[in-house]
Design a binder for this molecule. Structure first.
Ligand SMILES: Cc1ncc(COP(=O)(O)O)c(C=O)c1O
Length: 377
């Protein structure tokens, strides 16, 4: 037998980090007619599907408005831009996040200031915010990383006390709640990504901004489409940053399943907690009053690289989110970190490992992964 061709049993034993194919197969009967409806309509830019998705997603997030855009990065960029953030301004964000959070700040001409995170929940440490403040600080982007809400009450209190705008990066946290209130609905704007692997993912790029501010929503609708108030009339310099109609149809179909999927992710996390209770791995901790939606299940381990190699050898895919902190990436080596060098983030980058998690993962699979983790103890 050609060694390149894996036997069916070997293929079956592989556990991916994320399984989008199983999700598609379970949803095929609902998805294909939704796509056909758009294809038959001949309308592929904005239109009813996008407007309906925006209504449904706004309702899901408990806000007045949702504006579909081209990606999560664009959601953050346009939100900051619409709130008047620009050159000479500073925007505080977490040192431990995906680089797009920082890029969105840079696109406006403002400077990111990276605040270290807490070791127990990986989110921005609110006790350090005061130190990050300068007369140039205009906004703060809390990131609800891995699906767990940041301490958003404390952050909004701090922002209100200092006249700062709050733009939530909820790109990894669709459906997460703090004190039973959905993330994205606390700040001036909340930003979501519909990158395929997200808890609510499109089949391509997509994003949305949610807000209760009607004026801001109107400005964002202009900004996402060439600043166009009516056909070929342009009120401002805008962008081409729209959510595709086909993606909106997919997202409308998937949104109906999001709560159920998030519950399944939470169940899988519960199984990991059970099976890994006695092990050397440090498990993710849920904060009180926070509903974590486990976009990622991130453990810490002293021998992270050995563990990763061991899991890969057993056909278990895992990830590192993120291996190089933002302040050590080429574009941000000169950026300010609070405290200097963001020591917690820097240390975590050597210790964190994301284990497979998705709604379709089975008890047997989680048990097998947990056993493989424990083998290294
Ligand atoms: C925390 C965070 N912010 C921003 C983004 C950017 O989203 P997108 O990939 O849709 O541009 C992502 C996802 O990739 C993310 O995880």
């Amino acid at each position: 037998m050609n060694p390149e061709i894996k036997s069916p049993s070997a293929v079956r034993r592989e556990i991916p980090l994320v399984d989008l194919v199983s999700q598609y197969r379970n949803l095929r009967e609902e998805l294909l007619p939704a796509l056909e409806h758009v294809l038959e309509s001949g309308n592929f830019i904005l239109g009813d599907e996008v407007a309906l998705f925006e209504e449904e997603f706004a309702r899901y997030c408990g806000v007045e408005h949702a504006i579909g855009v081209a990606s999560g990065t664009e959601a953050l960029h346009l939100a900051l831009h619409a709130l008047g953030i620009g050159p000479g301004d500073e925007v505080i964000t977490a040192a431990n996040t995906f680089i797009a959070t920082a890029f969105a700040i840079s696109y406006t001409g403002a400077m990111p200031v990276f605040v270290d995170v807490r070791e127990d929940d990986f989110n921005i440490d609110v006790n350090l915010l005061e130190q990050a403040l300068t007369p140039r600080t205009k906004a703060i982007i809390p990131v609800h990383l891995y699906g767990q809400p940041a301490d958003i009450d404390a952050i909004t209190r701090f922002a209100n006390a200092h006249g700062l705008k709050v733009v939530e990066d909820a790109c990894q946290a669709h459906g997460a709640r703090s004190n039973d209130q959905p993330v994205g609905s606390f700040g001036h704007a909340g930003c979501f990504s519909f990158y395929p692997g997200k808890n609510l993912g499109a089949y391509g790029d997509g994003g949305a901004i949610v807000t209760n501010d009607t004026e801001l929503a109107a400005k964002l609708r202009l900004l996402r489409q060439y600043g166009q108030s009516e056909k070929y009339i342009h009120a401002m310099v805008g962008y081409n940053s729209r959510l595709d109609t086909l993606q909106a149809a997919i997202l409308r179909t998937k949104l109906k399943h999001l709560e159920g999927w998030n519950e399944k992710r939470r169940e899988a996390a519960g199984l990991y907690h059970e099976f890994l209770a006695v092990s050397r791995a440090v498990l993710p901790r849920e904060q009180p009053n926070a509903r974590h939606v486990y976009h990622l299940y991130v453990i810490q381990h002293e021998r992270r690289d050995a563990l990763r190699a061991e899991l890969l050898a057993k056909g278990i895919q895992c990830g590192i989110h993120y291996p190089v902190p933002l302040h050590l990436q080429a574009p941000y080596r000169e950026a300010r970190t609070i405290p200097q060098g963001a020591p917690v983030t820097t240390r975590l980058a050597q210790r964190i490992l994301s284990l497979p998690i998705y709604p379709e993962i089975s008890r047997v699979q989680v048990k097998r992964i947990a056993q493989a983790v424990k083998n290294l103890d």
